[in-house]
Every structure is written in structure tokens, then in C-alpha cells.
Design a protein around this ligand. Structure first.
Ligand SMILES: [Zn+2]
Length: 132
């Protein structure tokens, strides 16, 4: 399976993902520092832009609920960057079709093509409201 995306497009998306990650980490760090909890304050010092360690995992471990959504987004971004590094970025995890650049441009962390995503969300929905 070869990705139809050009190297230039991939670089563009990578830059965007990394920028978003930096923004989120800065916001998380600020919230940790503003909290009254000493553990969170200490942790803020270790929140930095190293791509080598997963800050998201660290934060999820201590259960900092207020920034849960941002932590999840950082996680998605980290996973997308890993997929880029391993060459499977932009390939649908369900049907293995190439995800169009237009979709990746709107959702750089997309793991599925539009059709599979819709099917996935529909099945999730059914799971939440089981019909008899
Ligand atoms: Zn698909």
C-alpha cells in the first residue's frame, strides 16, 4: 500500500501536528502550575516538548481530570506522529485505503477514511443506546 500523499504534504501535516502538540502542552503546563496540588506543580516541570517521552501517558496516569480532553488530543497527535514515523500514516486502519489529503488536512489525526469513520461512529452510537 503506497500513500498517494506527497512528501511536501506530509511535512505540512507533521508541522501542523507538532505545532498543535506544543500549544496543548503549553496549556497543560499552565493548568498544572495554576493548580493547588503540589504533585501537579512538580509534574509541570517535566512537561516539555520532547517527542521521546509520552507526557500524555504520564498525565493520564495521575488522572488530572480537568485536562483530560487535552491529554487525549496530545495522545492522538503522538499516535499520528508515530504512524508517520513508521510509514503507515494516512492509511485507513479499517479498510487500508489511502485517506485523502483533504480529509487529513482537516483532521490530521484521522485514522480512518470517511466511510469507515461513519460506520465506526454509527456502531459506537448503537453500542451506547442498545435497541431491544
Ligand atoms: Zn476505510
Amino acid at each position: 500500500m503506497t500513500a498517494r500523499m506527497s512528501g511536501q504534504e506530509k511535512t505540512l501535516l507533521k508541522t501542523r501536528l507538532e505545532q498543535r502538540r506544543s500549544e496543548l502542552l503549553a496549556s497543560i503546563r499552565r493548568q498544572l502550575l495554576e493548580s493547588d496540588n503540589q504533585t501537579f506543580n512538580d509534574l509541570a516541570g517535566s512537561v516539555h516538548d520532547s517527542a521521546e517521552e509520552s507526557v500524555a501517558d504520564l498525565l493520564a496516569d495521575i488522572g488530572f481530570a480537568d485536562i483530560g480532553r487535552e491529554v487525549n488530543e496530545v495522545r492522538d497527535i503522538e499516535r499520528a506522529l508515530i504512524r508517520m514515523a513508521t510509514g503507515v500514516y494516512g492509511v485507513c486502519v479499517d479498510c487500508e485505503a489511502d485517506i485523502p489529503f483533504e480529509r487529513l488536512s482537516a483532521y490530521p489525526t484521522a485514522k480512518r477514511c470517511r466511510a469507515c469513520q461513519e460506520r465506526y461512529e454509527a456502531s459506537k452510537e448503537r453500542g451506547m443506546h442498545p435497541s431491544l
